[in-house]
Design a binder for this molecule. Structure first.
Ligand SMILES: NC(=O)c1ccc[n+]([C@@H]2O[C@H](COP(=O)([O-])OP(=O)(O)OC[C@H]3O[C@@H](n4cnc5c(N)ncnc54)[C@H](O)[C@@H]3O)[C@@H](O)[C@H]2O)c1
Length: 365
């Protein structure tokens, strides 16, 4: 493809600006359209971000009627499903922000639409482009033997968002989906996403619903804390926990216990909003025992100058240009969504539930 890649952005809020800035750095990309349901918002965004070739729309379908190669879906979680499916069915490649959707069924329909259209549906997990995350995957797959226990999940001390993020209908879930999806991706991607079988979970929202801690307490409908025990295929178990707010500095490191060695990861950063995996990796330690002699190895954390957000957007563009597969395929991230779906069901029902990912061969209804 010699001509420039023509991009549209659906949803022009906070994260859309990060997409726009990334695309603007690419000489082979033109942002030609922006859509936002709030009247005038797309035009204001175009002006603010200085996008000379872009036109603003209120209806994403109008944007999709244009000649575009790809779209970034940057709406609140609730609209990922409709806008992504419409984009795919209009023949556009899609980079959808995380989390994939608000329900497992929505995610399944999105993947079916991608399959039916033959277009890319990739999910915006920028930590995948952190070289430390790649190194961790390599260590897990080459040093640990059979990994049987994984503990993951970060804890913000006071890091509760507001607005659409705390509305159950619009966000689907709270901390579990918003930042938990990153922790799940860190752990499960390292293991090539083993299939989840069952989950027993607990969630609460003691802080979000308390006006002392949240200015929109009366509107807070999602969980600010959750913990889950997830049985995975292959005799593995995942202990996953997350918080947006708590009286604690951390929920502990990420651990991988294997038959040959164990791996411990601590998050980077300190402070109320730190301690989540989107905040980076602090230390990496490998533990093993050779002939009764204990040997521990600290793996140097790679300092890098990569803008991982740019890298994720660039990878999407390169995949579009070169006709490659989705860099972070939605089909893989369905497993992540299935776990979050199971957590919400288990927490509501108060007991362990099965996780079942529907048959993707079914046609799009
Ligand atoms: N990858 C990351 O680092 C990261 C960071 C923050 C948010 N996010 C994700 O990005 C998404 C958006 O988050 P945000 O913070 O930008 O939210 P936001 O509320 O700032 O922006 C969302 C925008 O979408 C618009 N919108 C809603 N429905 C729409 C529709 N049907 N068509 C067109 N526009 C529509 C809203 O009017 C709003 O302007 C969320 O899914 C969130 O989880 C990702």
């Amino acid at each position: 493809m010699d001509s420039k890649i023509r991009i549209g952005i659906i949803g022009s809020g906070g994260i859309a600006a990060a997409h726009a800035r990334a695309y603007k750095k690419m000489s082979d990309v033109d942002i030609v359209a922006v859509a936002d349901i709030v009247p005038g918002k797309a035009d204001a965004f175009i002006k603010q971000l200085e996008l000379p070739h872009a036109k603003g729309y209120e209806d994403h379908q109008e944007l999709l009627s244009l000649d575009l190669d790809g779209v970034s879906v940057c709406t609140p979680n609730i609209a990922h499903h409709r806008t992504s499916i419409d984009a795919l069915m209009a023949g556009k490649h899609v980079l959808v922000e995380k989390p994939l959707a608000i329900t497992l069924n929505q995610g399944v329909e999105m993947v079916q639409a991608a399959k039916a259209s033959g277009k890319i549906l990739t999910v915006g997990f920028q930590p995948r482009y952190d070289p430390n995350m790649k190194a961790i995957k390599e260590l897990v797959q080459t040093q640990l033997g059979n990994v049987y226990y994984i503990q993951t999940g970060g804890g913000r001390r006071r890091g509760m968002p507001g607005g659409t993020f705390i509305n159950k209908d619009l966000a689907g879930a709270g901390a579990m989906a918003d930042i938990g999806c990153y922790s799940l991706d860190l752990a499960l991607n390292a293991l090539d996403y083993p299939k989840p079988l069952t989950v027993s979970a607990y969630t609460s929202n003691h802080f979000g619903t308390n006006p002392t801690y949240h200015p929109e307490a009366e509107k807070f409908e999602v969980e600010d804390f959750g913990v889950a025990l997830v049985r995975l295929e292959g005799g593995k178990v995942l202990n996953f926990k997350i918080s947006w707010a708590m009286h604690m500095d951390s929920l502990g490191p990420t651990l991988f216990l294997g038959t040959e060695a164990g791996l411990k990861l601590t998050p980077a950063g300190k402070g109320p909003w730190s301690g989540v995996w989107d905040g980076g990796i602090g230390t990496i330690d490998l533990f093993h025992d050779i002939n009764g002699k204990h040997v521990d190895t600290s793996i140097p954390v790679q300092s890098h100058s990569l803008d991982i957000f740019y890298e994720k957007v660039r990878d999407f563009v390169v995949a579009v240009k070169e006709g490659k597969e989705a860099p972070i395929p939605a089909e893989q991230i369905l497993v992540n969504q299935a776990i979050i779906d199971g957590i919400l069901r288990s927490s509501q029902e108060g007991h362990e539930v099965d996780i079942h990912i529907p048959n993707l061969a079914e046609t799009l209804s």
